[in-house]
Design a protein. Structure first.
Length: 439
């Protein structure tokens, strides 16, 4: 095992060297780096006119900058797709925003039955991630053009779903949730709402990353909903995480206990909400005009999720950074860190005393995955740092009704390629649609 870990570490190092060896700093890059660090120090976006000349500003593709600033409705309207926004109330009082693309540009027939498909995003993401790459690239658009009724839910606590019937985001209780609550409360509420609005008895489910985790919670603890799900499609399934390869995650894990102590001490509850600083860095700094800094931006993503430069559209990095991260609860991250450390799929560990009161046992209970009777398909990538292949295979063996495991036919396919890959349609989306039509 030690040799394997050393080999992986050497691989990380060699890939980092490959991506950075030719990164020489031009005078313009040095100027931008100075403002980059200054901006970090004051946590405030700088005045663009003080950084760029008029010629430099005009050289940035205005369509890219526009996409970085448009909301879901604005993006769909720009590219000729209809959209709706709905509000769903959960049993515990959260108000979730759910976006809908009722039909696509390539499928506008009125006299056909469109089966609903619910897409659920990952950690720190939101509904825009499903369309951020644009028509024929974004999974939301592709599904709509394949004649599905597309619904895209926003998890509690992200930038779209920051409301509650009684609580404010300033209240500590508002942020007292992990992905457990997303599975137990959010998914049942959204599913019931979609079925009520569409009049359809059931729907398809597609989850990415945390969207798969909350599905496994949902299927385990709310098995009475099985008849409402035609099929479920797990993009980068995440439950067992003992073999997570991300160097950034492994580094954080070394400091799990101090992180928890500091979080508790300072009362930090919200995780990486979108800020003007992040938007500025993404839309004005992480651009191809400044290749050194653009490399740094993409390499940070690669260290977290896996290296795949060929499928990364660096031109779109400003758009991605304009919308991501979308925020969440610190407790979601801590729950994942617990899963990595234990190698098991258990409910949240509150500590011995609180566990005894809440669960009646010292350790939190395992999720009963054997309760998931829904037809489930797994989709995985060989270079996914957050959903390691052996962990994925172990998880698949716990699925009572597994209908297939599908490897993306690209050796470097990473965690984010499931939503942002340049060749997403031939590598993944076409297979998903084929499976949806079977059920």
């Amino acid at each position: 095992m030690e040799k394997t870990n050393d080999r992986n570490l050497n691989g990380y190092k060699s890939r980092m060297l490959r991506h950075t060896r030719d990164m020489t700093m031009s005078r313009s890059d040095m100027k931008i780096l100075f403002y980059f660090l200054a901006t970090l120090a004051v946590s405030k976006a700088a005045d663009l006119d003080s950084i760029y000349s008029a010629d430099e500003l005009s050289a940035i593709d205005p369509s890219i900058l526009e996409d970085a600033r448009l909301d879901f409705e604005g993006l769909t309207k720009k590219y000729g797709y209809p959209s709706e926004r709905h509000t769903v109330k959960t049993k515990d009082g959260y108000l979730l925003k759910v976006d809908r693309i009722p039909y696509g540009k390539q499928c506008q027939e009125k006299n056909i039955t469109r089966v609903p498909v619910l897409f659920q995003h990952g950690l720190l993401s939101h509904s825009i991630d499903s369309i951020i790459m644009g028509p024929e690239k974004g999974l939301g658009y592709i599904l709509a053009d394949a004649c599905f009724d597309v619904w895209i839910s926003n998890s509690r606590g992200n930038r779209q779903s920051r409301a509650h019937v009684t609580l404010s985001t300033k209240d500590a209780k508002f942020w007292d949730f992990s992905w457990h609550e997303l599975g137990v409360y959010d998914l049942p509420a959204v599913i019931d709402y979609i079925i009520e609005v569409t009049g359809q008895p059931s729907l398809h489910y597609i989850g990415h990353s945390q969207g798969t985790t909350q599905f496994f919670v949902f299927g385990s603890l709310v098995p009475e909903y099985s008849s409402k799900i035609r099929s479920a499609h797990m993009l980068s399934p995440v439950a067992y995480m003992k073999r997570v390869q991300s160097p950034l995650i492994r580094f954080l894990l070394l400091f799990k206990d101090p992180i928890q102590a500091v979080v508790k001490m300072i009362g930090l509850r919200e995780l990486l909400p979108t800020s003007d600083l992040i938007k500025f860095l993404g839309s004005e700094i992480c651009t191809e005009r400044y290749p050194t800094l653009s490399k740094l931006c993409t390499n940070l993503l690669f260290l977290l999720c896996g290296f795949d430069e060929a499928q990364t559209n660096s031109t779109m990095i400003p758009v991605i950074a304009g919308h991501t991260p979308a925020g969440g609860s610190v407790k979601q991250l801590l729950h994942y860190m617990q899963a990595i450390e234990s190698g098991e799929f258990r409910q949240y560990d509150h500590g011995t005393i609180r566990n005894l009161f809440k669960y009646g046992s010292i350790r939190p209970p395992k999720y009963p995955l054997q309760n998931i009777k829904i037809p489930v398909a797994f989709y995985f990538g060989d270079n996914d740092y957050l959903s390691e292949v052996n962990d994925m295979h172990l998880l698949s063996e716990q699925m009572p009704n597994l209908i297939g495991k599908f490897r993306a036919p690209w050796k470097d396919f990473n965690h984010l390629d499931f939503i942002w890959a340049i060749d997403l349609k031939p590598l993944l989306s076409d297979k998903i649609i084929s499976m949806l039509r079977r059920y």
